[in-house]
Design a protein around this ligand. Structure first.
Ligand code: NAP
Length: 275
């Protein structure tokens, strides 16, 4: 049997690095730090080595389709696919940032929704039997869902929303922040929140598709919130350490062989949350 492999996006620091640290301790196989910047990624490998942990490294900028396809080809060739994929890479503008809202919307959705979707498009076909896919979303996703119009909420909660429809809605939000029409269409003023509402909904769509198209492969795919965690994104006042923030993503990544749930859920503090 080929060596098992786990990969975590955006894992040169923050929650992603803590997820790699935990997987190095608990997962029987190779664990990859991936980062858009090779230097920052290799520094992170060194920092774990100083703790006695052996992580490997591959460059991966989720905003660069060529980087995604190169990485997917590498893991397919070297390991026959991927056992654990954690889509952790994400961005958020600071509350005080004065960048125009339309720019914040475009840039935030580009990474958190569209680029994460590109990752899933290219990596889901190589997820191995029994694989685990974890999308690091946020409690901002159900909160923002509840701030959308009833019509949008109905679509995000429906079982028949397609990936194309969701992509169209996310693009509509971005486009309408430029024309100022987004509020009339039922969207709240929340770029990060909408990006994560999109990611959680996408997770549910793709989980349903996996159940339908690969019913016997035992793959579990979920979205989660790590909690409010002290990182460069959330700042020093957050209550959880990065290692504490890694607990729920790692729990989902290591759901035992043969488990059938959770699947297609939004999970926080290891509990399935209402959507
Ligand atoms: P962070 O410390 O800012 O780390 C974000 C990581 O994502 C960095 O490694 C960053 O790389 C990477 N990244 C950004 N864009 C990327 C790209 N295009 N390709 C590859 N990597 C990219 O943030 P964090 O708090 O650890 O956040 C991790 C995840 O948890 C995010 O998805 C975030 O939305 C989510 N989250 C965090 C909190 C919280 O309280 N911290 C709460 C809820 C959800 P660089 O170093 O190169 O920038």
């Amino acid at each position: 049997m080929s060596t098992r492999v786990a990969i975590v996006t955006g894992s040169n620091k923050g929650i992603g690095l803590a997820i790699v640290r935990a997987l190095c301790k608990q997962f029987q196989g190779d664990v990859y730090i991936t980062a858009r910047d090779v230097g920052r990624g290799q520094e992170a490998v060194k920092s774990l080595a100083s703790e006695g942990l052996k992580a490997m490294f591959h460059q991966l900028d989720i905003n660069d389709l060529n980087s995604i396809t190169t990485a997917a080809a590498y893991f397919k060739e070297k390991y026959g696919g991927v056992d654990i994929l954690v889509n952790n890479a994400g961005i958020a503008f600071k509350v005080a940032d004065e960048t125009p809202f339309a720019v914040q919307a475009e840039v935030t959705l580009k990474t958190n929704f569209f680029a994460t979707r590109d990752m899933l498009t290219h990596f889901l076909p190589i997820i191995k039997v029994g694989g685990r896919v974890v999308n690091v979303s946020s409690l901002a996703s159900p909160r923002t869902l509840n701030q959308c119009s009833p019509a949008l909420q109905q679509r995000f909660r429906s079982e028949d929303i397609t990936e194309d429809e969701l992509v169209g809605l996310m693009q509509q939000f971005v486009d309408q922040t430029k024309t100022g029409e987004y509020k009339q269409s039922g969207w709240p003023e929340a770029a990060y929140g909408v990006s994560k509402t999109g990611l959680t909904t996408l997770s549910m769509i793709l989980a349903r598709r996996l159940s339908k198209e690969r019913p016997n492969d035992g793959i579990l795919l979920n979205a989660c919130c790590p909690g409010w965690v002290r990182t460069d994104m959330a700042g020093p006042k957050a209550p959880k350490s990065p290692d504490e923030g890694a607990v729920t993503p790692v729990y989902l990544a290591l759901l035992p062989p043969g488990a059938t749930e959770p699947h297609g859920k939004f999970v926080s503090d290891k509990q399935v949350q209402p959507w």
